[in-house]
Design a protein around this ligand. Structure first.
Ligand SMILES: NC(=O)c1ncn([C@@H]2O[C@H](COP(=O)(O)O)[C@@H](O)[C@H]2O)c1NC=O
Length: 526
């Protein structure tokens, strides 16, 4: 039988909701113990509070590095109330049991995010807080632990209705949350140390997250899922704000992420950019004079696949673009901002999800983590851009300036298409995308065949792929893929190079009069 809470220890960096919660505790007859800043806030609010230093008989020392790390506190948290020996120790040492612990930690992740100095960052590693959280969570049979102001309401409600006792279910849930929080906190610390020392891939790897939303299901309805943000990071899909529409699904989030990552390739100087994604692959990408121009050009690549797709724009969503996008069934639109008229237009489609980044970056740095059977594959993100590559023309013919611009565009897109990736482009727009084939020749062929269908459907006299350029995410192992692209009508090629058969591939390009550029860098994406 759990004892009612008589004493609560509150030690919080984030003081959101503290006073109203503590007021409710006092009204339930619960005594408050607290550390320096928290005690000050409570006293200023007129609440009775006992300083931790009077419980420990020891002042807070070393700039607060040692304040709650004392047997009088940890004995009060860890003593098992049903254990006679523990109770004897409690009496012998004059320890007061603590039934409720409220702690949130020094803001380490936020400190790193604001680029603080080494000293400041180190001081923001909380030691006493996690020690108490772990103690209380371990002893959850007797102690309720709160690490998140969001849980104040639940606990205050249960205490009030349960005679100052919370339910075991709640205490267990809060203990699980508490251990996840300290693990996630330590993950952030260990990753930060790794990046500082250059030892990113040490013998242990820790990762953590804060739940942004539960998901109705995972990739398929029989799977469960949730979406977590990496603490301290504020970019990409996890930083986006949903303005309207149905709840995001697992696949929506995954696809929107793919769209944003691709979009992040295009700087503002390249004009407005639009990426349309279906099943994590772009099915149309373009740059244009403005958002609607970019959208039209991107859509023209594969309007059939774009049905039910994700549309990402690098410029604010305006009324023209919103009007055209809403003519087609779309799952998600994401843009940096949206003007009022555009929001109104999108609102006519109540299920259509509109997400805004509010100026936050589309992509960022850090590690990419993928789960495999029994483990995690971890790598640095593919931050290599064509702007940083040493391009080398390997054919007799040099690409024209227009071809070169399209080659650079196509290679940027190929980086975001699942391997084997082949991307045909013309005038700043994709005209054919071959994704995820086990053979590069098949990717080249599929993209060309699709373009023929699309061009016929659009009533063009010739497939628009004629006179395009082509990018390959990795080298052509043989001339066959390149010959396939030449047959489709490509006039220039960009690829990493590095195949044993490079000489044969270059010869084939020369014979067909193609210009070919080697990047020296490949962009596998699986
Ligand atoms: N050193 C300790 O014994 C210790 N005990 C609690 N803390 C932290 O001190 C913070 C609250 O401090 P204050 O009440 O002074 O604002 C909390 O984030 C809590 O996790 C500690 N600080 C760091 O380790």
């Amino acid at each position: 039988m759990t004892e009612p809470v008589r004493r609560a220890l509150l030690s919080v960096s984030d003081k959101t909701g503290l006073i109203s919660f503590a007021t409710r505790l006092v009204s339930l007859g619960i005594e408050l113990i607290s550390t320096g800043g928290t005690a000050r806030a409570l006293t200023e609010a007129g609440l009775p509070v006992i300083e931790v230093s009077s419980v420990t008989g020891f002042p807070e020392i070393m700039d607060g590095r040692v304040k709650t790390l004392h047997p009088a506190i940890h004995g009060g948290l860890l003593g098992v109330r049903a254990n006679a020996d523990h109770n004897a120790a409690i009496s012998e040492h004059g320890i007061s049991p603590i039934g409720l612990l409220v702690v949130n930690l020094y803001p380490f992740e936020a400190t790193v995010a604001r680029g603080a100095s080494w000293e400041d960052t180190i001081e923001n590693i909380d030691v006493g807080g996690p020690a108490m959280i772990r103690a209380a969570a371990k002893n959850h049979d007797d102690v309720t632990v709160i690490i998140d102001p969001d849980d104040y309401e639940l606990v205050a409600g249960e205490l009030a209705s349960g005679g100052n006792v919370t339910t075991l279910k709640t205490r267990r849930n809060l203990a699980a949350k508490a251990f996840a929080r300290t693990a996630s906190y330590d993950a952030a610390i260990s990753q930060w140390f790794g990046t500082q020392s250059g030892e990113t891939f040490g013998s242990y790897f820790a990762t953590g997250g804060r739940r942004l939303q539960g998901l109705r299901y995972g990739e398929n309805p029989h799977q469960q899922g949730a979406f977590y943000a990496t603490p301290g990071q504020s970019f990409g899909i996890a930083a986006a704000r949903q303005i309207q529409g149905k709840e995001l699904s697992y696949n929506n989030i995954n696809d929107t992420d793919a769209a944003l990552e691709c979009l992040s390739e295009f700087g503002n100087s390249e004009g407005a950019a639009c990426v349309i994604v279906k099943h994590a692959n772009p099915c149309g990408v373009a740059v244009g004079h403005n958002a609607v121009d970019a959208y039209r050009k991107a859509l023209a690549c594969d309007p059939v696949s774009a049905f039910g797709g994700i549309i990402a724009l690098s410029r604010p969503l305006d009324a023209d673009t919103a009007g055209e996008i809403t003519e087609l069934f779309t799952e998600v639109i994401i843009a940096p901002y949206a003007d009022e008229k555009a929001v109104e237009i999108v609102a006519r489609k109540k299920n259509l999800r509109l997400l805004l980044l509010d100026g936050k970056p589309m992509s960022g740095t850090g590690l990419a983590v993928k789960s495999v059977g029994g483990g995690l594959l971890v790598q640095t993100r593919d931050a290599m851009s064509i702007d940083g590559m040493d391009l080398r023309v390997v054919t007799k013919r040099q690409p024209t300036p227009a071809e070169l611009a399209d080659l650079r565009f196509a290679f940027r897109v190929a980086k975001h298409v699942k391997s084997n990736a082949i991307v045909y482009a013309k005038d700043g727009a994709t005209v054919g995308i071959g994704a995820g084939q086990m053979s590069r020749v098949d990717s080249a062929r599929i993209a060309a065949r699709k373009n023929e269908d699309v061009s016929r459907e659009a009533g063009l006299a010739h497939p628009s792929i004629r006179g395009s350029v082509v990018a390959s995410d990795a080298f052509f192992p043989f001339p066959d893929g390149l010959l396939q692209a030449a047959e489709a009508g490509a006039t220039a090629v960009i690829q990493p190079g590095g195949s044993m058969k490079d000489a044969d591939v270059i010869r084939a390009a020369d014979e067909k009069g193609l210009a070919m550029v080697f990047t020296g860098i490949r962009h596998f994406r699986h």
